[in-house]
Ligand binder design. Structure first.
Ligand SMILES: [Mn+2]
Length: 338
């Protein structure tokens, strides 16, 4: 089943670009921008995109842009980043999917009485305020962004490859696509999510924040960002059978030694999700990678290299017809360290 917006809710997107699919050579998939518009413009130039009247276009419109979510928050150029991404979607057939930060912003702007955790964790509230300030000067523009966010796709299967912000969970994706007949956020889903529907919350958490396991009693983790957390992010692929928590942890902050060497409990084992190396290539952002560019597994590329904290903004140049992924297709714009 292809989840690529067959049941479009009226927004110009993939269904339009599919009409001219023969003319497309490939896609340039860009990781978490977090308000780093200057880096984004440098990366677009490196990739060969040229500024036109409203947007950036590849010569002959032969390549299209894909944004993996988390365009906003943290960085100094949120407003300009939103302009570039939104205009690319409106005028250049780009695809932009929701990250956990767009969902937090949505909650902030929709202002429900009870804000679902963990999207309104204190540290996230602070970041969302930066985005709110960036949009404060124009109610009309703010409304346009909120309207757009409410229709962002959560996941897309483009036939040859898939994209999601953090984790591709086939069961939850099937549930969403069957129930709402779309791959996009929509009023019925948002209503369910805000009213506390458990599956709706799980979909949002899992797809945009990945799989987090709770720390055992008495253990917490102080992140590289200073925030103390009671859970940690884990992989959703593995070449070999994982035995300890060290084998499955996937986050910039190392696990405390006692947790790292602990054998994975039976109940945690049942929660693990496995994206087989036989599945089609998958692109994700979200995980704050550092250091040299590499694939995270044979068929998964994570394009989040911590741009906003002095890392790199990263793209993957996918050429239609490619057989699998190749680390040489990763392209980066270095950012000045903070
Ligand atoms: Mn994220």
């Amino acid at each position: 089943m292809v989840y690529a917006a067959q049941n479009s809710t009226g927004v110009k997107n993939l269904s339009d670009s599919q009409a001219s699919a023969q003319a497309i050579e490939g896609y340039d998939i860009i990781g978490d921008i977090h308000g780093c518009a200057s880096a984004l413009k440098t990366l677009l130039a490196t990739l060969g995109y040229k500024a036109s009247s409203h947007t950036y276009l590849y010569p002959g419109h032969r390549r299209r842009l894909i944004f993996l979510g988390d365009f906003i928050d943290r960085g100094a150029e949120i407003s300009e980043t939103l302009d570039i991404v939104h205009n690319a979607v409106k005028y250049a057939d780009a695809i932009a999917i929701a990250g956990n930060h767009e969902l937090s912003a949505l909650l902030y702007f929709l202002n429900p009485k009870t804000l679902p955790k963990p999207f309104m964790h204190k540290s996230i509230q602070k970041q969302v305020k930066l985005t709110a300030e960036a949009l404060a000067h124009s109610t009309k523009r703010q409304q346009a962004i909120i309207d757009w966010f409410q229709q962002l796709p959560l996941f897309v299967d483009l036939g040859e490859f898939r994209i999601v912000h953090a984790l591709w969970d086939p069961q939850l994706i099937d549930w969403f696509a069957t129930k709402y007949q779309t791959n996009k956020l929509n009023p019925a889903f948002i209503r369910d999510w805000l009213s506390g529907d458990t599956t709706a919350s799980t979909v949002i958490n899992r797809l945009t924040r990945g799989l987090n396991l709770p720390c055992p009693e008495g253990i917490s983790i102080q992140g590289v960002d200073g925030v103390i957390r009671n859970s940690f992010r884990v992989k959703f692929w593995s070449e070999t059978q994982p035995k300890t928590y060290q084998d499955i942890a996937f986050q910039p902050t190392p696990l405390p030694a006692e947790l790292a060497k602990m054998p994975i409990s039976a109940s945690d084992s049942t929660k693990l999700i496995y994206y087989s190396s036989k599945e089609k290539p998958l692109f994700v952002g979200h995980y704050w990678l550092q250091g040299d560019l590499a694939l995270v597994s044979k068929n998964i590329a994570c394009l989040d290299y911590s741009a906003v904290t002095g890392g790199k903004l990263v793209a993957y140049r996918y050429h239609l017809g490619d057989q699998g992924l190749d680390a040489n297709r990763l392209v980066a714009t270095e950012l000045p360290s903070l």
